[in-house]
Design a protein around this ligand. Structure first.
Ligand SMILES: Nc1nc2c([nH]c(=O)n2[C@@H]2O[C@H](COP(=O)(O)OP(=O)(O)OP(=O)(O)O)[C@@H](O)[C@H]2O)c(=O)[nH]1
Length: 148
């Protein structure tokens, strides 16, 4: 762990809390639909639908983490210049506090396919309420709906 993340860990341990940084994205297709991925069996919160993304590794920028995760999870490639900051989630789970920037992205190379056992679905924002999502994501739905 490098000095910066070490410092971060220490700061939050001081408050008895672990801060988890996760980068996520609303991939938006030409029809204004958003890609959701269903968490596979065996993972925490299995069955819930989430935005593609994942943990930011020490020393990684949020955009870099997302570009890496999109390549690993979906087999698509995008660029930092195509990631627009949209909103964020801040949510206290039992064992960590999640801080999750949500980017919007309309441009990428390749066709998203599930490389890690997820189920993928393009969903209109007004249909998102029918897809059970992690509690951290619930406040993001109306923001996406208003914005798209
Ligand atoms: N990618 C993503 N993660 C989310 C969302 N909402 C949310 O609470 N999370 C949480 O943020 C963390 C994402 O980390 P990850 O995707 O790298 O973790 P993971 O599923 O491989 O591992 P895990 O089983 O340890 O949770 C998970 O704890 C996940 O539950 C979301 O919309 N997208």
């Amino acid at each position: 762990m490098d000095d910066a993340s070490d410092e971060l860990t220490r700061t939050f341990h001081g408050h008895g809390m672990k801060l988890l940084l996760v980068s996520a994205v609303a991939l938006i297709d030409r029809d204004g639909r958003v890609l959701l991925a269903q968490r596979p069996e065996g993972k925490s919160m299995a069955g819930l639908w989430e935005f593609p993304g994942g943990k930011i590794e020490p020393g990684e920028r949020p955009e870099e983490a997302l570009i890496r995760e999109l390549h690993e999870e979906l087999g698509i490639d995008t660029w930092a210049s195509c990631l627009a900051p949209l909103t964020f989630a801040s949510h206290a789970y039992d064992d960590f506090h999640l801080l999750m920037p949500l980017f919007a992205c309309r441009k990428w190379d390749g066709q998203p396919r599930a490389k890690e056992g997820q189920v993928l679905k393009w969903v209109r924002p007004d249909e998102m309420r029918s897809y059970p999502m992690p509690p951290a994501d619930l406040p993001l739905i109306p923001i996406l709906r208003d914005w798209l």
